[in-house]
Design a protein around this ligand. Structure first.
Ligand code: GDP
Length: 346
């Protein structure tokens, strides 16, 4: 399972700068597998310091991080849902995403803004309106084809007609799932601010208030681009200059995981150390199923060591001798930091 995030926003807000920084990150490219499937789709390794330490424990085993797929769509302009700009074709690119990130310009400077002013609140409204209109088209087409009309579709149409997104209205229904409506996806906002504003708490509060209860992340795409050219230590030094201890990428991925109720667990051995994405609350067999369907079907036991215990012990054998190794059954609920080996029958 890989988390997939669609990036939307007006033109010239810094989407490409951010996307390129995320996917061309030298640090990631060096340490993590990275691939670009299409020019606008990038798979990014999830930064996780634990993997390096585990790899050291297993004499330099290969590191395979969990991954997040970012899909960058061309800028949405007013009228996109009616075919303005690149239109609906590009909205289709994000229909398969698990979550949508809206990038909003909040940096100063003389970069041409499509509406000739920097105005986060109205930018957000423009984008949301286009997403709502695109969903209205989808739902109306479906209503036209279903007789008698499904009351769930009619209710969704009524909400969209009133100018609300389905997620903001809290309306969700099984019948809507297959329509892949854009406004029913979990939503995150990224405000692209000047690097000097990363520590501006007043601005942060103001911008968060614009989108509450959705989550807002402040980052500087230009700074992310600079970070992508540096090694770990240099990147941290630069971040520290702006009062930050982690990159925008890291913040964004964490927020995405939390928004979708995801977590990771780890597997480690002499060949490979690896992070896997699961849902919070998943049981051991469900977690095993992420590696291979047969692991879930033939699940017998999970051998679990907590990551901190393993590192403190210095080796799997030492952790076992210290009584830190547990055997868990099929009802075990996975915990963050579990280092696991599954026993199964196929
Ligand atoms: P897109 O159309 O949303 O993909 O926007 P781009 O990423 O192409 O950025 C548009 C322009 O804004 C480019 O000239 C970028 O260099 C500039 N830009 C992007 N992010 C920042 C930022 O954080 N600060 C400043 N000052 N300029 C930025």
């Amino acid at each position: 399972m890989s988390l997939s995030i669609g990036i939307v926003g007006l033109p010239n807000v810094g989407k490409s700068t951010l996307f390129n920084a995320l996917t061309k990150n030298n640090v990631l490219a060096a340490n993590y597998p990275f691939a670009t499937i299409e020019p606008n789709v990038g798979i990014v390794g999830v930064p996780d310091d634990r993997l390096k330490k585990l790899s050291d424990l297993y004499n330099g085993a290969k590191i395979v991080p969990a991954s997040v797929t970012f899909v960058d769509i061309a800028g949405i302009v007013r009228g996109a849902s009616e075919g303005q700009g690149l239109g609906n074709k590009f909205l289709a690119n994000i229909r398969e995403s698990d979550a949508i990130v809206q990038v909003v310009r909040a940096f100063s400077g003389d970069v041409v803004h499509v509406d000739d002013k920097v105005h986060p609140a109205s930018d957000i409204e423009t984008i949301n309106t286009e997403l709502i209109l695109a969903d209205l088209q989808t739902i109306q087409a479906r209503i036209a084809k279903t007789k008698p009309a499904n009351p769930v579709y009619l209710k969704a149409q009524e909400i969209l007609d009133s100018g609300k997104t389905l997620s903001a209205a809290g309306y969700d229904h099984e019948d809507l799932k297959e329509l892949n409506l854009l406004t029913s996806k979990p939503f995150l906002y990224v405000f692209n601010v000047d690097e000097g504003d990363l520590q501006n708490e007043t601005l942060k509060t103001e911008l968060q208030a614009l989108v509450s209860p959705a989550d807002a992340i402040l980052l500087c795409a230009k700074l992310e681009a600079e970070l992508s050219e540096l090694d770990d230590a240099e990147a941290l030094e630069l971040l520290n200059e702006y009062g930050q201890n982690e990159s925008g990428l890291s913040k964004l991925i964490k927020a995405g995981y939390s928004l979708l109720g995801l977590q990771t667990y780890l597997t480690a051995g002499p060949k490979e150390v690896r992070a896997w994405t699961i849902h919070q609350g998943d049981t051991a067999p469900q977690a095993a199923g992420v590696i291979h369907g047969d692991f879930e079907k033939g699940f017998i036991k999970a051998q679990v060591i907590n990551y901190d215990d393993l590192i403190a012990a210095g080796s799997e054998a030492a952790a076992k001798a210290a009584g830190k190794l547990r055997l868990e059954g099929k009802d075990y609920v996975m915990q963050e930091g579990d280092v696991v080996e599954f026993r199964f029958n196929v």
